[in-house]
Design a protein around this ligand. Structure first.
Ligand SMILES: [Zn+2]
Ligand SMILES: [Zn+2]
Length: 251
């Protein structure tokens, strides 16, 4: 109920105008075009080789090396590659650019529809949560901003979709993850996330929504929780995913 009120207020303040959703530059054919050519050119679309498991841009066709070592508990979908200038655009949603969140969420849904045949019409949308403390400091959770638009667009497409913010809970801060392998990260995340209402997920299609997928450890831990609670299938829908190989990070 409170969330519905907040949404009404937010929608009233989230006016889209004749400016680019990303950089605020002038755009004459808005809303047909929502992101200007200059910003669009910076965005690297994830439409080359895509890993059939995690959904990231892979070096060759099929399953990426990361998933070969450890198949994720989710099916990954991301419209953009988290690299270079694309990354610099995507991080703006972390800084509270809600119009950009809206534009990216629409592309996440387009990619989901294109890439996946969702077998169930009953979908539960779960944004990847922040800890209460962190969300209180930031004032918003960008994963929730994306998830709300995803929910709305899927409803418009005829799906029965319900978004829950009180099902997947983050109980404590993510411990330091740098320099850890995927396996170590997953172990490191044990107990960080918790399902408060497991029965809601029984036989449902679950859509976990987040802004960025790097190793996929967070998605994997949350998807495993959902599967253990009886979810039929779990998708991990992100705005952007780090590619299998990141040349800029290779030293
Ligand atoms: Zn722009
Ligand atoms: Zn993969």
């Amino acid at each position: 109920m409170i969330r519905q009120w907040i949404n009404k207020i937010r929608k009233a303040t989230l006016k889209r105008g004749f400016v680019c959703d990303c950089c605020n530059g002038e755009l004459f054919d808005y809303p047909q075009t929502r992101i200007c050519i200059e910003c669009e050119e910076k965005l690297l679309y994830n439409d080359r080789h895509t890993c059939s498991a995690c959904g990231r841009t892979s070096v060759t066709e099929g399953v990426c090396l990361i998933c070969k070592q450890r198949p994720p508990a989710f099916i990954g979908v991301s419209p953009y590659v988290y690299i270079g200038e694309t990354a610099s655009v995507i991080v703006r949603i972390k800084n509270g650019n809600r119009r950009l969140s809206c534009a990216l969420a629409e592309r996440m849904v387009e990619k989901l529809m294109k890439q996946c045949a969702i077998s169930s019409c009953d979908i539960v949308v779960l944004p990847i949560p922040m800890s209460e403390r962190k969300q209180a400091i930031r004032g918003y959770n960008q994963a929730l901003d994306l998830a709300e638009v995803v929910e709305e667009r899927l409803q418009q497409a005829g799906y029965r979709v319900v978004l829950h913010t009180d099902v997947l809970i983050k109980r404590r801060e993510t411990p330091q993850q740098k320099h850890l392998t995927l396996r170590e990260r997953s172990a490191n995340l044990q107990g960080v996330f918790h399902l408060a209402k497991r029965a809601i997920l029984k036989d449902k299609t679950v859509l976990l929504v987040d802004d960025i997928m790097t190793t996929g450890a967070t998605g994997d831990v949350c998807a495993t929780l959902c599967k253990n609670a009886g979810a039929k299938e779990v998708y991990f829908l992100c705005a952007a995913a780090a590619p299998e190989k990141q040349p800029t990070l290779v030293r």
